[in-house]
Design a protein around this ligand. Structure first.
Ligand code: MLC
Ligand code: AMP
Length: 451
C-alpha cells in the first residue's frame, strides 16, 4: 500500500482508544484509518488537494488520507487571509477538500496509482514557506525524505512506541505536522496535541516527550508550576528558532531536564540534533543526524553559511526550477542561509542568518517582502520596509516602517493579519516621512531608526 513505508505504526502497532488526541478529542488508529480512508476515496485520482489545517482530528485524517491515496496534501494556515490563500491555491493548483471525521471507508490503493502526478514529482506534502522576497513557495517533500528524517530522529531521541508525544504546534509546518503527527504515527507513540501550546496544557498532558518552539519554552519557564509538572517527562525538545540560553537554564533548573535542541528547515527537514544520550548545552544544536552531511562555506574564523546534503532534503520548489537550482551550490549542497560554526567534536552552533529579510517570530518563518507587499496593497501606504527586531518572547517581532497618511498603526496591523495570516502581522508599525535610501535610491534597512 502507498502509505505502508511511512506510517508504519498506524498499520502495525497495538491499537488503543486514545492513540491520537487532538484538542480534547481522541480516536484509535482504526478510527483514524477509517476517516482517512473516506478522505482517500474522495481525493484518489486527483493531482493534489488542500486542507484547512486547523488543530483537529480532521487535519490528521486529511493528511493520512492523502498519504493513503498517494495524493499530495497542501496544508493551509486556518487563518490564512485572501491574499495568502488565493496565492497558495493558484500556485499549487489544489482545491480545498472538506473533511468529516464521522465518515468511515476502507481504502485500498490501486497498484497502478502513480503518486503525486507529474507536476508534484511524487511528493507527499507541499508545504508553503516564505522567502526573502515575493510570495511563499511550495516545498515538495517526498515520503522517502520524511521517513528518513523520522527514523533518524527516533534514533537520536530514543523515540519509541512507549512514548507519549505532547505538543500544541500548528499543523501546517514541519515541526507540528511532520515531526508532531507523522512522527507519532511512524513510531507508534501516543499523540496528545493540546490545541494550543500553552504551559497549562503541556503540564496537564502527562507526556514523556514534548515538542516546542522557543517561545513556548519561554512561556513554560515563566509559569513555574507548569514547568515543574514536566519533571516526569523523558525528553523536552526545542526547535524552529534559537533557544535563548536563559530559557535553557531555567528549563533545566525547573524541570530537571536539559532541553534537546535540534535544527532544521522546511526544505531540509531536521538535519542536526542533540542526542537523548548525549551532551546538551545552551546555544548548541548538536551533531548531524545519521545520513546527513554539513559543511561551513566561506568561513571566516570557522563561521560561515551552513550547507547541507542528505536523504531528508526536499524535491524542489513547486513550479520554480530556477529557485530550486539557486538554492543549491554548483557542487550540490543546499544553502541554508543560516550562519553557523561546528566545534571539533561535531557540535553545531547556529549564530545567525545571512539575510535579514527572513524573520523568525514565534518559530514562524516570515518573509519581509511578503509583508511589505501586503502593506503596499493598502491604498494609504506609499512605501514600506519590514524587519525583524529582537523580542524577549517571540525571538523576533515583525516591525513595519511605512510612509503613509490617514491610516493608524492598528488598521495596518489588522490589514496584514486579515490578508495574509495573523502571525505575519506587524506587531509594531512606525510612520516615517520617507525611507532611508542610498545614492542609487535603494531603501537601506540598516539605516532605519531603532524600534
Ligand atoms: C491579535 N490577534 C489577532 C490580532 N491581534 N487576530 C487578528 N488580527 C489581529 N490584529 C489574536 C489571534 O487571533 C489569536 O487569537 C491571539 O491574538 C494570539 O495570536 P498571536 O498573538 O499571533 O499568538 P502568539 O501568542 O504570538 O503565538 C505564539 C505561539 C505561536 C508560540 C503560540 O507563535 C506558534 O504557534 N508558533 C509555532 C510556529 C511553528 O510551529 N513553527 C515551525 C515552523 S517549521 P486566539 O483567540 O486564537 O488566541 C520549522 C522547521 C523546524 O521551523 O526546524 O522546526
Ligand atoms: P522553517 O523553514 O520555517 O522551517 O524555518 C527554518 C529556519 O528556522 C532555519 O533556516 C533557521 O533559521 C531556523 N531554525 C530552526 N531550528 C533552529 C534552531 N534550533 N536554532 C536556530 N535556528 C533554527
Amino acid at each position: 500500500m502507498a502509505d505502508v513505508p511511512l506510517l508504519t505504526a498506524l498499520h502495525g502497532a497495538a491499537d488503543r482508544a486514545d492513540a491520537v488526541t487532538v484538542d480534547g478529542r481522541s480516536c484509535s488508529y482504526a478510527d483514524l484509518l477509517g476517516a482517512a480512508g473516506a478522505v482517500a476515496r474522495r481525493v484518489a485520482g486527483t493531482e493534489a488537494f488542500a486542507v484547512r489545517a486547523t488543530a483537529s482530528l480532521e487535519t490528521v485524517a486529511a493528511v493520512v488520507g492523502g498519504l493513503l491515496a498517494g495524493v499530495p496534501v497542501v496544508p493551509l494556515a486556518p487563518d490564512a487571509g485572501p491574499a495568502e490563500r488565493e496565492h497558495i491555491l493558484r500556485d499549487s493548483g489544489a482545491a480545498t477538500v472538506p473533511v468529516d471525521f464521522a465518515e468511515r471507508a476502507d481504502f485500498t490503493p490501486a497498484a497502478a496509482t502513480a503518486p503525486g502526478g507529474t507536476r508534484y514529482g511524487g511528493a507527499a506534502l507541499v508545504l508553503y514557506t516564505s522567502g526573502t522576497t515575493g510570495p511563499p513557495k511550495g516545498v515538495l517533500l517526498s515520503r522517502a525524505a520524511i521517513a528518513a528524517d523520522l527514523d533518524a530522529l527516533a534514533q537520536a531521541w530514543q523515540w519509541t512506541a512507549d512514548d507519549t508525544l505532547v505538543h500544541g504546534l500548528p499543523l501546517f509546518h514541519v515541526h507540528g505536522l511532520v515531526l508532531g503527527v507523522l512522527g507519532a504515527l511512524r513510531t507508534g507513540s501516543r499523540l496528545v496535541h493540546t490545541g494550543r501550546p500553552t504551559p497549562a496544557a503541556y503540564a496537564a498532558a502527562g507526556g514523556s516527550l514534548y515538542f516546542g518552539v522557543p517561545t513556548v519554552w519561554h512561556r513554560v519557564v515563566r509559569d513555574e508550576a507548569a514547568a515543574r509538572a514536566l519533571a516526569g517527562a523523558r525528553l523536552l525538545v526545542s526547535g524552529s528558532a534559537p533557544l535563548p540560553a536563559p530559557v535553557f537554564r531555567d528549563l533545566r533548573a525547573l524541570t530537571g531536564h536539559a532541553p534537546v535542541e535540534r535544527y532544521g528547515m522546511t526544505e531540509t527537514l531536521i538535519t542536526v540534533s542533540a542526542r537523548a544520550a548525549g551532551e546538551r548545552a545552551p546555544g548548541a544544536v548538536g551533531a548531524v543526524l545519521p545520513g546527513i552531511a554539513t559543511r561551513i562555506a566561506d568561513a571566516a574564523d570557522g563561521v560561515g553559511e551552513l550547507q547541507v546534503k542528505g536523504p531528508t532534503l526536499f524535491d524542489g520548489y513547486l513550479g520554480r526550477p530556477e529557485a530550486t537550482a539557486a538554492s543549491y551550490t554548483e557542487d550540490g549542497w543546499f544553502r541554508t542561509g543560516d550562519v553557523a560554526a561546528v566545534d571539533a567534536d561535531g557540535t553545531h552552533r547556529i549564530v545567525g542568518r545571512a539575510s535579514t529579510d527572513l524573520i523568525k517570530s514565534g518559530g514562524y518563518r516570515i518573509g519581509a517582502g511578503e509583508v511589505e507587499n501586503a502593506l503596499l496593497d493598502h491604498p494609504a501606504v506609499r512605501e514600506a520596509a519590514v524587519v525583524g527586531a529582537p523580542h524577549p518572547d517571540l525571538g523576533q517581532q515583525v516591525v513595519a516602517y511605512v510612509v503613509a497618511e490617514g491610516v493608524s498603526a492598528a488598521e495596518l496591523t489588522d490589514f496584514v493579519a486579515a490578508r495574509l495570516s495573523v502571525h505575519k502581522r506587524p506587531r509594531t508599525v512606525r510612520f516615517l516621512a520617507e525611507l532611508p535610501r542610498n545614492a542609487m535610491g535603494k531603501p537601506q534597512k540598516r539605516l532605519l531608526p531603532p524600534v
